[in-house]
Write a protein that binds this ligand. Structure first.
Ligand code: RIB
Length: 306
């Protein structure tokens, strides 16, 4: 099953901290790690790791990071025909802070990701046409996201939009044209102006989006599980209890694995369950893409947790 990811890539610069420094303070962090990240790239690598045939449409910069990012995609078996370099611009980078509970805060500097334009979708048209699903996030210009949604509609290809990072500039009208809308609890709260701290609140907030015309709203709630909210009802997928060391990239792990499973079977709740296991295993290791498990590991985990 061929899946297209039209989106971002970043270089993750992760500091493992004991606490956030206050203004003007210099604080030592015990550990640091660098790796390939970016929401689009993470989702592409997660889908490919779970067995999907992935086509990546993204832009890298004119720096040392670019070749490493391309080589990383290729190592994961991802088609890099439409991964292009932008002269005179840096690659996207993301300083990440992970606290002792494994919770993360992320800054992004989009760099070359800002240069991904509708023309890049046109350039990839022949290959995109044969894809069974298009995945989008919001680390590239909104005009490109909207163009990709229209492309999906025109070619009858389902579109999954991960509204991350959340922005109120996102047109809900455009998002309604997507088949899946997949925010996490923070993004859902920003987009709806509603509190999202419990499963009940998440359902209410997701319901408000469904009332505005969004189709399949899937909310990822980290350690609380995930919710599918549609016009016909709500399905809750329970979480797998694990010892979380680093939650960064877990939402992307869920989305990539979900996309792979859904494209193969069309079974949404089952794809959510497998994605939940994939994401749960990812938080037991450090890093974003580096923490993603192999398919065999996920299947064994699912067998043992029945
Ligand atoms: O979702 C996690 C990702 O967000 C990180 O890999 C970072 O690069 C940012 O894009």
């Amino acid at each position: 099953m061929k899946i297209a990811v039209i989106g971002s890539n970043m270089v993750d610069l992760t500091s493992y901290i004991t606490r956030m420094p206050v203004l003007g303070e210099t604080l030592e962090a015990p550990d640091f790690s660098m790796g390939c990240g970016g929401k689009g790239a993470n989702q592409a690598v997660a889908a490919a790791t779970y067995g999907a045939d992935v086509l990546m449409v993204t832009k890298v910069g004119d720096d040392l990071f670019a070749e490493n990012t391309i080589a990383n995609f290729q190592k994961a078996g991802i088609d890099t025909k439409y991964v292009t370099k932008v002269p005179g611009v840096s690659s996207g980078v993301a300083p990440i802070f992970v606290d002792p509970n494994g919770q993360n805060s992320i800054l992004i500097i989009k760099g070359a990701n800002n240069a991904l334009k509708p023309a890049d979708i046109d350039a990839a048209e022949n290959d995109l046409e044969s894809c069974k699903l298009i995945i989008l996030q919001l680390e590239i210009p909104l005009e490109t996201v909207y163009y990709a949604i229209e492309f999906g509609q025109m070619h009858h290809i389902p579109v999954l939009l991960n509204p991350a990072p959340a922005t109120k500039e996102l047109s809900i009208e455009k998002a309604c044209e997507c088949d899946f809308f997949m925010p996490n609890e923070t993004e859902l709260a920003i987009l709806t102006d509603m509190p999202v701290t419990t499963i009940e609140e998440a359902e209410k907030a997701a319901d408000s989006l469904v009332a505005r015309g969004l189709k399949n709203v899937i909310v990822t709630l980290g350690g609380q599980g995930s919710l599918l909210v549609t016009r016909t009802g709500t399905t809750f997928v329970r979480p797998f209890q694990v010892n979380a060391i680093d939650t960064s990239g877990a939402g992307d792990a869920f989305i990539g694995c979900f996309a792979c499973c859904y494209a193969e079977t069309g079974d949404v709740p089952d794809a959510m369950k497998t994605a939940s296991a994939f994401a749960a295993l990812s938080v037991t290791k450090r890093g974003t893409q580096k923490s993603y498990p192999q398919k065999e590991e996920v299947l064994t985990f699912l067998r043992n947790r029945r």
